[in-house]
Ligand binder design. Sequence first.
Ligand SMILES: NC(=O)c1ccc[n+]([C@@H]2O[C@H](COP(=O)([O-])OP(=O)(O)OC[C@H]3O[C@@H](n4cnc5c(N)ncnc54)[C@H](OP(=O)(O)O)[C@@H]3O)[C@@H](O)[C@H]2O)c1
Length: 341
Amino acid sequence: MSNFAAILPSPKAALEIHPVPTYTPGSTEVLVKNTCIALNAIEAKIAIHNVIPHTPYLAILGSTYAGTLCAIGSSVKDFKIGDRVVISKRFGVKGNQYGAFQRYVVCSDIMISRVPSHIDLQIPASLMMNLTCVVGLFSGRLGLERPPLDGREAEKKGKKILVYGGSSSFGGLSVGYLTQAGYAVVTTSSPKNSSFVEGLGAITIIDHTQEQESLVKQLLDHGPYDVVVDFVSNADTLAITGRVVEAQGGGRLFTMQPGRGGLPAGVERVFEPYSESLYEERNRNLQRWLVHEYLPKGIENGLIKPLPIEKVGGGLKGLNDGLRKILVGGGGARFIVEPWE
Ligand SMILES: NC(=O)c1ccc[n+]([C@@H]2O[C@H](COP(=O)([O-])OP(=O)(O)OC[C@H]3O[C@@H](n4cnc5c(N)ncnc54)[C@H](OP(=O)(O)O)[C@@H]3O)[C@@H](O)[C@H]2O)c1
C-alpha cells in the first residue's frame, strides 16, 4: 500500500506530489483508501493566500473526502473494513496523516458517515463540510429545530431568517434545512442561480446583483429577521447585511470570515468554524443524528439538494487547478479530485 500526497512545501507555493508513509490508525481511528477529495474555500484560502499563517510545513491540507475503510483501530465499534464512508475533518486538527490531499488518510474524529452502495461518493463529499456547519450553526449553536426525516411537514415556527447568499453551497444547504424545519427564510441569489435556489423552499428570493440602496430596501421590507447570516461576508456584502441588522436595532450578524471593524455601531460580528458546536458533549445526539441519519437519508430522499459537481482532472496534481478555480468563484458548482487518477 504505497501512499502519495499533494504537499504544500511553503506558504503560497504550488502543491507538489511526493511519496509519504502509509499510516497505522490508532485504537479509535480508521484508515481510509481515499477515492474522492472534495474542495472547500478554506483550503484554497490557506494554500494560495496563506490565511492561517501558523499552518505547519510541509503541510498536507484537505478536510473532506470519501472512500473505503481499509484498516480499523481496536476500539472502533460503528464501522468495519470495506465500508464506504464520507468524512469531514474537524477544523484545527493537526497532523499530516489527517489531511485529505493524499491516497490513504487517517480519520481520528467522529464526523464520519456510511454511504449507501447506490449513492455516488462524490455527492456526500461535495457537501459534507458545509452540511456539518449548517447543523452546527442553526441547531448546535442557535438551538433551532431540525427538519423531520419521515416525510412529515414541520409545523411553522413563527421565526424568520435571512440567508444572504442562498446560491452559495453553505447558504443553499441552510435554506433547505431551515425551511424543512418550519422556519420562514428570505434569501438572495444572482439571476443565473435563481432556478436552483427556487427549489429550496424560501418564501422570498431577492436578486443580490441589484444596486445597493434598492437591495437593502427590499431586504428590510421583508424583515424583521430573528437571525441574519451573511454567507459571503466580503466588504460589499457586509455593507449590506450590516445595515439590515442596524436597521433592526442592532444585534448579531453571523459571518463567514473572521475580522474586525467595518460594521455599524451596535452590530456584533460573529464568526467561528460553525461545525465546532457539534463536538460539544451536549450536542452528541445531534452530531450522531447528522452523520447516521440526516446525511444519508437526506440525500436518499431528496431533502438535501447538492449543487452540480465538477471533476477537476489530473489526480493529486489537479488539486492546484481546483484550488485556483474556487478562488475565481465556483459559479454554483462544487469541485472534486480523484487522487488515484
Ligand atoms: N465559518 C465556517 O464554519 C464556514 C464553513 C463553510 C464555509 N465558510 C465560508 O463561507 C463562504 C462560502 O462558502 P461556500 O462553500 O458556500 O462557497 P461557494 O458555494 O463557492 O459560494 C459561491 C457563491 O457565493 C455567491 N457570491 C459570491 N460573491 C457574492 C456577492 N458579492 N454577493 C452575493 N453573493 C455572492 C455567488 O452566488 P451567485 O453566483 O448567485 O452570485 C457564488 O456562486 C466561504 O468564504 C467559506 O470559506 C465558512
